[in-house]
Write a protein that binds this ligand. Structure first.
Ligand code: IDP
Length: 150
């Protein structure tokens, strides 16, 4: 089992797409094991997007992600990182396939609705940045054997 971090970004929240975005990932079979609304501080944003510090869009990215509330979640499932990225679609909505979240709801790279961890290392780092261990809940769902074969 793998865990990954998602953020419904400020545009997703403002546009009333929290439910739509999470529903698509839930319908995929992924299990929500942590979920909360928050406003990301500048400090947390700079930590989260630290790898992009030298990029020309860094300042506007931090501005965007801190501009309004977000919904942060942790999803669990087999290959959760890869499956979530595939459901989210390409970084630039222009390139995102129809049927993906960004391909169905986005138009520009600066308003691409959702963040999802891009690898095992970043997933672990990001989950620890946004959640305390006691905020994550391990539980069984009756439907699990109908989603993941034993
Ligand atoms: P990802 O979100 O698909 O993992 P990254 O390359 O890690 O993509 O970039 C992080 C975020 O930075 C993107 O989701 C997007 O919001 C923003 N971003 C990336 N490239 C650009 C750009 O060229 N212009 C403006 N924003 C960008």
């Amino acid at each position: 089992m793998e865990r990954t971090l998602i953020i419904v970004k400020p545009d997703g929240v403002q546009r009333g797409l929290i439910g739509e975005v999470i529903a698509r990932l839930e319908r995929r079979g992924l299990k929500v094991v942590g979920l909360k609304m928050m406003q990301i501080s500048r400090e947390l944003a700079e930590q989260h997007y630290g790898v992009h510090r030298e990029r020309p869009f860094f300042a506007s990215l931090v501005e965007y992600i801190t501009s309004a509330p977000v919904v942060v979640g942790v999803l669990e499932g087999p290959k959760a990182i890869e499956v979530t990225r595939a459901t989210v679609g390409a970084t630039n909505p222009v390139d995102a396939a129809p049927g993906t979240i960004r391909g169905d709801f986005g138009l520009t790279i600066g308003r691409n609705l959702i963040h999802a961890s891009d690898g095992a290392e970043s997933a672990e780092h990001e989950i620890n940045l946004f959640f305390r261990p006691e905020e994550l809940i391990s539980y069984e769902r009756a439907v699990d054997p109908w989603i993941v074969e034993e």
